[in-house]
Design a protein around this ligand. Structure first.
Ligand SMILES: [Mg+2]
Ligand SMILES: [Zn+2]
Length: 190
C-alpha cells in the first residue's frame, strides 16, 4: 500500500471564505497546482477531506459543494494536476442543535480518512495530513499520520491559540508542505 497526502480544503487548498459555496469564490493557494502535479507524477494520491457543515445548516446543498469541486478540478487540470479523491462531511458539528447529527465522518473523526484509504489503497501510517485547524491536526495524529499545520486560513490563529495539539511541522502554505513531504517520499523511493 502506498502513502497518501491528505489535505483540508478551505484555508489550505483554497483561500478561506466563510461558507464558500460558489465556484467564483474559489482562489487556489499559490503553488498548489504545481505541488499536486508533482504528487500525481510520482503516483502519490492527494485526498481532500472537508467538513462542510453549511450543508447540514441548510446554507447550501451538497450539489453546490460538488459544483465547487468540479470547478477546482478544472482549474487544476489547466496545469495538468488532479485531486485523487474528494471526501466531504455534510453534517453539523456534534455540539449543534440536533444530537442526530453526531456523525462518524466529521473531522477530527477518522471516518472519511478510513474510507479514502480503503478506496485508494493508502497506508495511513505512511501518510500525512495538512490543514489549517486543530481538528485537521487532531485527525491526522489520531491515525498516526505525520501532520503539517499551514499558516494560511485559520492557521496562524490555530497556532497562537492551542497548546492542546502539536503539529509535527508548520508550513507557510500547503504547497510548501506538499513539496517537503514529497521530498521525503522521493528519498524513500530512491
Ligand atoms: Mg480549513
Ligand atoms: Zn459527517
Amino acid at each position: 500500500m502506498k502513502p497518501g497526502i491528505f489535505i483540508d480544503r478551505d484555508g489550505t487548498l483554497i483561500r478561506e471564505v466563510n461558507y464558500l459555496h460558489k465556484p467564483d469564490q474559489v482562489i487556489l493557494i499559490s503553488g498548489m497546482s504545481e505541488a499536486i502535479k508533482r504528487a500525481n507524477e510520482i503516483g502519490i494520491p492527494v485526498i481532500v477531506i472537508s467538513n462542510q457543515s453549511g450543508v447540514g445548516r441548510g446554507f447550501f446543498t451538497l450539489e453546490d459543494v460538488f459544483r465547487v469541486h468540479r470547478h477546482i478540478d478544472e482549474v487544476l487540470l489547466d496545469s495538468g494536476a488532479f485531486i485523487t479523491g474528494w471526501f466531504v462531511c455534510p453534517h453539523l458539528p456534534p455540539a449543534g442543535k440536533s444530537p442526530i447529527s453526531d456523525c462518524s465522518c466529521r473531522k477530527p473523526k477518522p471516518g472519511l480518512f478510513l474510507e479514502a484509504a480503503g478506496i485508494h489503497g493508502i497506508d495511513l501510517f505512511k501518510s500525512v495530513m495538512v490543514g489549517d485547524k486543530s481538528i485537521d491536526i487532531e485527525a491526522g495524529k489520531a491515525l498516526s499520520m505525520q501532520t503539517g499545520l499551514v499558516e494560511t486560513g485559520y492557521g496562524r490563529k490555530t497556532l497562537a491559540e492551542s497548546e492542546l495539539f502539536k503539529p509535527d511541522f508548520v508550513f507557510t502554505t500547503a504547497s510548501v508542505a506538499l513539496h517537503f513531504f514529497l521530498d521525503q517520499y522521493e528519498k524513500l523511493l530512491n
